[in-house]
Design a protein around this ligand. Structure first.
Ligand SMILES: [Zn+2]
Length: 161
């Protein structure tokens, strides 16, 4: 079986919330992509309920693209403790943490239902399963705890993008 880096991480050693560079990979033509672990809550201690996680996913799709160049995809982990972020090119984890902080501050403090894209039966695969209330509460929790640019040592970013 293929070895998957995410499954070799000792999830008892990390200190969420954090951003972690999982890998920088080069394609056959030299294009570079990066895969980030955006961890919102402490593994095996907490998990974001599906409706809130789903709404955060829909909002991060645009909020992170507004703040970072080269966003390919941002999708939730099955364990519901965070997201994968895939980007073109090489980025500094500090900038990724600042962009996440700015995005979550917007969700927590400013967002209304009009800011959530893709919530109709045509544009979402489970449009009944959204909660902006939950999204805002969990975003606020992450912002209040601070987002570290290092998964093992708390290096909380102060600025947001
Ligand atoms: Zn959806």
């Amino acid at each position: 079986m293929a070895k998957v880096e995410s499954f070799t991480l000792d999830h008892t050693k990390v200190k969420a919330p954090y951003v972690r560079l999982i890998a920088t990979q080069k394609g056959p033509k030299g294009d570079v992509i990066q895969n980030y672990d955006l961890r919102f809550v402490q593994p095996n201690e907490n998990a974001i309920p599906t409706a809130g996680l789903h709404t955060i996913e829909h909002m991060l799709a645009s909020l992170l693209r507004d703040r970072l160049e080269g966003v390919i995809d941002c999708s939730p982990f099955g364990c519901r403790t965070g997201f994968h972020l895939i980007l073109w090119g090489e980025h500094d984890p500090i900038d990724v943490a600042k962009a996440l902080k700015g995005s979550l501050e917007f969700i927590a403090n400013e967002s209304t239902w009009d800011d959530v894209q893709g919530t109709t039966i045509e544009s979402c695969g489970n449009y009944r399963d959204h909660s902006l209330f939950s999204a805002k509460e969990w975003a606020k929790k992450v912002v209040d705890e601070g987002i570290s640019s290092d998964p093992f040592e708390r290096k909380v970013v102060k600025e947001s993008l």
